[in-house]
Design a protein around this ligand. Structure first.
Ligand SMILES: [Zn+2]
Ligand SMILES: [Zn+2]
Ligand SMILES: [Zn+2]
Length: 277
């Protein structure tokens, strides 16, 4: 890659900030349980109960994900979680699958939850060995109070890879200093490559509504990494692919924003965190 410049001056080290993201390009389809998808059927064993909403009321201060210390009031039964996405290692080796697993399943409790950081669905990740799944479960009906806005229309993926630079607000302190960017400056300079909103694996967080946050692993203290972005809209950003629909999943996350899942680089099965931007 060419040497990156800032205000026309080549800056050593800037190239190290490039991360290659796998853009998912969801497109409506009819995925099977043994395929990667948004909103389709999960490869879920028929003898394993569907997970229930992990958010308790009153809030549990020791909840595994500090993004969800609030909760909906539970007057009826605990809501069952619904399928949101599935990623097979064969399709997405870029995900750091914990040893012995080859499929990542993402589920939502599709109700509004209060949290210190945002409102939205509660999220659960399940890392699984697909070889251990025999009979596949029929998905349960969504809870009655489910928000349609949190349920994606079934989509298949047409992935491509795309090199991303962080928003300037996400630069490491030493890079900001080297570039003479004032602390607290959030606006990208003119001509800086745009970081659009789209569903992806890896890459940088496209902060557009809120600001960057330092997220540490609750287990080992490592800095959590942007891992999965689920976007309301799929922006056209010149990746070379045609974007057929700008909102193929038909859902609304945040203020037509992106639900970002951050995982631990040391071990993806450590507690993750979620920020809706
Ligand atoms: Zn819930
Ligand atoms: Zn960790
Ligand atoms: Zn593309």
């Amino acid at each position: 890659m060419r040497q990156l410049t800032y205000d026309g001056v080549p800056i050593p080290g800037l190239n190290d900030l490039v991360r290659t993201a796998i853009r998912l390009h969801p497109a409506s389809g009819e995925p099977r349980p043994d395929e990667s998808h948004l909103g389709g059927p999960l490869l879920w064993p028929s003898d394993e109960p569907w997970p229930e909403c992990p958010v308790t009321w009153p809030p549990d201060p020791d909840a595994s994900d500090d993004a969800w210390t609030g909760g909906h009031r539970l007057d009826g039964p605990v809501p069952v979680m619904v399928s949101v996405a599935q990623f097979f290692r064969d399709d997405f080796p870029e995900l750091h699958f914990p040893e012995g697993t080859d499929v990542l399943q993402v589920l939502f409790c599709p109700l509004e939850h209060d949290s210190p950081h945002h409102r939205g669905p509660a999220v659960r990740l399940v890392w699984r060995d697909s070889g251990e799944v025999g009979d596949i479960a029929d998905p349960p009906p969504a809870p009655e109070a489910a928000e349609a806005a949190f349920r994606p229309v079934p989509c298949v993926f047409e992935p491509c890879s795309i090199d991303e630079l962080p928003r300037v607000c996400d630069f490491p302190a030493e890079t900001r200093a080297a570039l003479g960017i004032a602390d607290g400056a959030a606006e990208d300079p003119e001509g800086w490559p745009e970081l659009g909103q789209y569903s992806k694996i890896g890459g940088w967080t496209a902060w557009s509504a809120t600001g960057p946050v330092e997220l540490g692993c609750r287990d080992c203290g490592a800095r959590l990494l942007q891992t999965i972005a689920l976007a309301t809209e799929e922006h056209e950003v010149g990746c070379g692919c045609e974007v057929a629909e700008d909102a193929p999943a038909g859902w609304t996350l945040g203020r037509r924003g992106v639900l970002n899942i951050f995982t631990c680089p040391a071990d993806a099965s450590h507690p993750f965190k979620v920020r809706i931007d």
